[in-house]
Design a protein around this ligand. Sequence first.
Ligand SMILES: NC(=O)c1ccc[n+]([C@@H]2O[C@H](COP(=O)([O-])OP(=O)(O)OC[C@H]3O[C@@H](n4cnc5c(N)ncnc54)[C@H](OP(=O)(O)O)[C@@H]3O)[C@@H](O)[C@H]2O)c1
Length: 239
Amino acid sequence: MINSNGRVVMISGANRGIGLAIARNLYQAGFSLSLASRKISTLESIIKDWSSEKILITKFDAMDKSTHSDWVKKTIDKFGKIDCLINNAGIVESVSVNDEEDNEEALDRMWAVNVKAPLSLTRLTLPFLRKSGAGRVINVASLAGKAVYGSSVGYSMTKFAAVALSHATRHGGWDDGVRCTALCPGYVATDMTSTVESISTDSMISPDDLAELVRTVISLSNTASVAELLVNCRPDIVA
Ligand SMILES: NC(=O)c1ccc[n+]([C@@H]2O[C@H](COP(=O)([O-])OP(=O)(O)OC[C@H]3O[C@@H](n4cnc5c(N)ncnc54)[C@H](OP(=O)(O)O)[C@@H]3O)[C@@H](O)[C@H]2O)c1
């Protein structure tokens, strides 16, 4: 296991849901955190009691590429290193093969947030992750990136791509100690699933349980690579 002390972790979409749960867990475990959000003031008020020495808050909007490089630069300026990148920010919009109208804009938005921004951040951070010698990348994909149900296609396409990105990252960084995991949860109790009716919130995965898994995975030695982590609240592997 790797000691959390002095390890620097970047988390996108850290202001709510899974991202905030991961931030809380890793802060309590002693990591230094570079937290990114579209709404800095909200995040600042949520974590106002956390030690400023160990925390950096930066604006990151997946749609605005200048914020990608700016976030990485500010992280290096404050901490001088990056050990882990957690690509968590994501969106879901309805795009089905049965749609009569072409909703390409919704599809483009999902590609930009769920795939292109994680790729961009991976490229920007890889030189620092390589230097770490034990760099870690977690891409919060989904079980929708492992199997397709019904005719909903847009979100699944982007999450399959996020899984592909994870495998390419693991191969690309392997020789320098970079390990990458595609975290693939089923329904998680966050704002994203607040309108889901097929399953109750109480029966969904807790963001805190996912956060605990993330802490464990990024703390494993280089010789214990977890390529994919499938987490479900139902009996099936991916359904
Ligand atoms: N909830 C589930 O059932 C579930 C299951 C499998 C996978 N996931 C994945 O888990 C990740 C986190 O989702 P969640 O459940 O925590 O959802 P959430 O509560 O809706 O949070 C989504 C996060 O992504 C951020 N975000 C959205 N668009 C962004 C953009 N353009 N630039 C930067 N940040 C942006 C949001 O920021 P704002 O607050 O500014 O909107 C928010 O912090 C996503 O990748 C999602 O696809 C979720």
